[in-house]
Design a protein around this ligand. Structure first.
Ligand SMILES: [Zn+2]
Length: 398
């Protein structure tokens, strides 16, 4: 008997999650939800009624449908909750709050010196900023999503040992914010969080299987399989930056030789460009000069393309995705980069005779750090709580 009740409850939760997942991407009518989920109209109506009674879903516009009748679009109630996001980088954190639809309402940058400043002083400052952002608002805080460079212990909410970030090692950042706010707090690797937010807030559209490669001060990424982030056995999947591009290359901090990150992350591209012109200061400058025909900077861009192609061809041959997204600070005026990668990947992947692969820039162009944070928290809550129970904040989840 107990088992039967649990199954029914599990089924209800799974159906609720399916519906919320769809409404996070776009407004959908009851009839369309029924068609997409395979649930009966009555089943859909029951779940929607419950979600509406909790204020999570609201009715939107009435739209004419194909058979001449009209249907009401359903959408998430953006005013239902606020979500806080914290993106940790080595020299600054970005902190902000969004509405329930992950639209960023306010944000602020907190700069610090990673070698001198006490991380707890930084976290206290972030706490104060979040409190100021929430003050005067009656909407409840749903939780806090945090992204950080790895390595991380996701399950325990701990920053483990990101290179060049020693003062933050072994910091239980989720515990800290749980103690301050008593709400769900979740941590994820920054690049993986960007990858999964492509599905809800970016350009993934109907793609169920895709790869996202994020290039900025490091190279990371995420693999999404059947709409879910692939996490691997120990949470250390998708380390695209540590794909070998030169087996006789330099020793990488990971222990491998000739990793892509040693050549193709932004600081290393700039270092390479400085071999031609010591005054080069930024990736933006390299792109601007390559665009205007500067031979040397075109060569730098070419090497960047070659490195990323080596990574992407391996990824496509192994994973067989529908699309590859490129994200991160590398996306400054990305036309030359993307078209260069696309042309080479088209020629080099195994499956070219069957199907090509589209290389696309990430669809998250604004708040590229904070949207993955708040999206992460929303996914976590939808995955772990049924109907946003009032008691959801009563115990620490880690
Ligand atoms: Zn490496």
């Amino acid at each position: 008997m107990t088992k039967k009740v649990l199954n029914a409850s599990g089924m209800k939760k799974a159906n609720q999650k399916k519906i919320l997942d769809m409404l996070r991407v776009e407004s959908v009518s009851r009839a369309e939800l029924s068609r997409r989920t395979g649930l009966t109209r009555a089943g859909i109506s029951g779940i929607i009624e419950e979600l509406m009674s909790k204020g999570v879903v609201v009715e939107g516009e009435t739209m004419p449908n194909k058979v001449g009748r009209s249907s009401v679009e359903l959408k998430l109630n953006k005013e239902r909750y606020l979500i806080a996001g914290i993106s940790v980088s080595r020299d600054y954190c970005t902190v902000g709050i969004s509405d329930f639809c992950c639209e960023i309402l306010e944000y602020q940058k907190v700069e610090f010196n990673k070698d001198h400043d006490d991380p707890y002083t930084v976290l206290k400052k972030i706490t104060q900023i979040i409190r100021e952002m929430l003050s005067g608002k009656e909407t409840a805080l749903l939780g806090i999503g945090i992204i950080s460079p790895g390595t991380l212990d996701i399950a325990k909410g701990r920053i483990l040992s990101p290179p060049n970030f020693e003062r933050w090692h072994n910091l239980n950042i989720c515990d800290f914010f749980w103690n301050e706010f008593q709400c769900p707090v979740v941590l994820e690797n920054n690049a993986k969080a960007i990858a999964i937010s492509e599905k809800y807030c970016g350009a993934a559209g109907t793609a169920r299987n895709y790869v996202e490669i994020v290039v900025d001060n490091g190279i990371g990424g995420g693999i999404v399989v059947d709409g879910q982030l692939y996490k691997g056995s120990f949470g250390s999947s998708s380390e695209f930056g540590h794909t070998t591009v030169d087996m006789n290359g330099e020793l990488c901090s990971c222990g491998n030789r000739g990793c892509a990150e040693l050549y193709a992350n932004i600081p290393n591209i700039i270092a390479y460009a400085q071999e031609f012109d010591s005054h080069v200061e930024s990736w933006e400058e390299i792109v601007d000069r390559a665009e205007t025909g500067d031979i040397e900077m075109k060569r730098v861009l070419e090497r960047e393309i070659e490195c990323l192609v080596a990574v992407i061809v391996s990824a496509v041959n192994i994973i067989d995705p529908e699309v590859v997204f490129i994200g991160g600070d590398i996306l400054y005026r990305p036309d030359l980069l993307i078209s260069g990668i696309q042309a080479r990947v088209d020629r080099r992947i195994m499956r070219k005779a069957i199907n090509g692969i589209e290389i696309r820039p990430s669809g998250i162009v604004k708040h590229t750090r904070l949207i993955p944070c708040v999206n992460l928290l929303l996914s976590y809550v939808i995955d772990n709580f049924s109907l946003f129970e009032d008691e959801q904040c009563s115990e620490r989840e880690f």
